[in-house]
Design a protein around this ligand. Structure first.
Ligand SMILES: *Cc1c(COP(=O)(O)O)cnc(C)c1O
Length: 395
């Protein structure tokens, strides 16, 4: 094997893939230019370089890095995760198509499918990702796509993703996955056989809660179609945001490993505390999807959720007593965030439906950052202890 063929590790790819030498600059500069000089004789629209056409130097470097780390042939970035999701649906589906989509999808995705896509003549059936035998009953002659997420929010359930790929082959469907919650560090869906992988790059890829962005990775023909749609819908990522995302990605491997470890440590701390009724983390053997997640993933991610015996009043008291986590939505950043899904991400879902999904009013979600696990666990222990009657307080 020649030196150039030797496969590089993920961290090496994250630092070096796609990088160019621009006047000797060690890191790719921001090309803050909306438009670019044409070569005399340019006649093709595709040769025009312009930020909305997603073909500036900052786009090229970032997309090459994404394609390399996800092991896809091509990639494109967008102005948000929802821009990536909506442009993928608009590019790969047409009026009269039908899709199978996992239930408990990210709220914005579900909203797009039920409110926007339906208006465009695209029909949706929701399926239980963990029950593959039930999928074929929803197939129609016009079914074109199956759409799933790597892990659901906030109960971190894991669909039978290998079966999703097999099912899509057997029935000639496109398979699309939102891999935001796993990140390319823990899971590479394209290697498993998915056609298209989507990210809200706002989360782990960016990793610093300072940029909103989306990404799509896959075979060139799919990414070309999605890019053409994006060029028309206009949701481009500006050069400065490209730069922030590219800079954030260089530490993705280090951050996600720390987040995997931090979440596991907190999950165990919670499990061992008498104020806690239930912990949802796929890394725990008690999670119903632990076996499937262990087969598919290198790590179980930075998001977990739990319930307290004292329900919502205790959940609110706990959040008040914690000193490190910030009460805020989103995930994947370096700082630990905490939310009550019933009053944030799932506030728009009717209460009875929410309960059926397993999301009680007192459910707490934690998106673990990269703080030292000892400090996070200590903070959770002192906050949980404060909920107990004085004589029961744990050592
Ligand atoms: C946040 C998120 C999105 C939407 O991403 P934005 O960058 O906020 O548009 C989509 N899917 C999942 C799983 C998410 O967590």
């Amino acid at each position: 094997m020649t030196e150039s063929k030797r496969p590089q590790g993920l961290q090496t790819q994250l630092v070096h893939a796609g990088e160019h030498d621009y006047n000797g600059a060690v890191t790719t500069p921001i090309f803050q230019s909306a438009t670019y000089r044409e070569e005399p004789g340019t006649t093709r629209y595709a040769d025009v370089r312009y930020v909305r056409l997603n073909n500036t130097p900052n786009h090229d470097v970032l997309c090459q890095k994404l394609a390399t780390i996800c092991e896809g042939s091509s990639a494109m970035v967008m102005s948000s995760g929802m821009a990536a999701i909506s442009n993928t649906f608009m590019a790969l589906l047409r009026h009269g198509d039908h899709i199978l989509a996992q239930d408990c999808l990210y709220g914005g995705t579900r909203g797009f499918l039920t409110r926007e896509a339906e208006r465009m003549g695209i029909e949706v059936s929701f399926i239980d990702g963990r029950w593959p035998e039930s999928w074929s009953q929803h197939l129609r002659p016009n079914t074109r796509m199956i759409y799933v997420e790597a892990m659901t929010n906030p109960l971190v359930q894991v669909a039978d993703l290998a079966q999703v790929v097999t099912f899509s082959y057997n029935h000639g469907l496109l398979s699309v996955i939102d891999n935001t919650f796993a990140s390319p560090v823990n899971f590479k869906p394209l290697k498993l056989g998915f056609d298209v992988e989507i990210h809200s790059a706002t989360k782990y890829l960016g990793g610093h809660s300072d940029v909103v962005a989306g990404a799509v990775i896959g075979q060139r023909r799919f990414i070309d179609d999605i890019t053409r749609t994006l060029n028309h819908t206009g949701g481009c990522l500006d050069p400065h945001a490209c730069f922030l995302l590219q800079r954030g990605m260089k530490t993705l491997g280090l951050r996600v490993k720390a987040q995997n470890a931090g979440a596991m440590a907190i999950a165990k701390t919670l499990l061992n505390h008498s104020a806690v009724a239930q912990v949802h983390y796929a890394g725990l053997p008690s999670h119903p999807d632990h076996a499937i997640a262990s087969d598919l993933f290198k790590g179980f991610g930075g998001v977990l959720s739990f319930e307290l015996h004292g329900g919502k009043p205790h959940a609110m008291a706990l959040i008040e007593a914690l000193t490190l986590p910030t009460l805020a939505p989103s995930l994947g950043g370096v700082e630990t965030l905490i939310t009550l899904p019933a009053t944030s991400s799932h506030a728009g879902v009717p209460a009875d439906e929410r309960l059926k999904m397993g999301i009680t009013d007192g459910l707490v979600r934690v998106a673990v950052g990269i703080e030292d696990p000892e400090d996070l666990c200590h903070d959770f222990r002192q906050a949980l202890d404060s909920l107990l009657p004085k004589e029961e307080e744990q050592a």
